[in-house]
Design a protein around this ligand. Structure first.
Ligand SMILES: [Zn+2]
Length: 59
């Protein structure tokens, strides 16, 4: 049920490009609850995404 770190990182990067299915984002969130490493990875991605968005908005 709970995906591995590898699957989680794949889901995280796919989530940048497309909307995840509800079942996928549920699995992702479950993994993030138990895995601190992936949590900090997802925060880094979130940070990068916000930075890109800011950059784009100022485009
Ligand atoms: Zn993990």
């Amino acid at each position: 049920m709970i995906p591995t770190c590898k699957e989680t990182s794949v889901l995280l990067s796919q989530g940048q490009d497309r909307r995840l299915k509800p079942s996928e984002s549920l699995r992702l969130r479950l993994h993030l609850l138990i895995c601190r490493r992936c949590r900090s990875f997802s925060q880094q991605l979130e940070f990068l995404r916000a930075a890109v968005r800011r950059y784009r908005d100022h485009g």
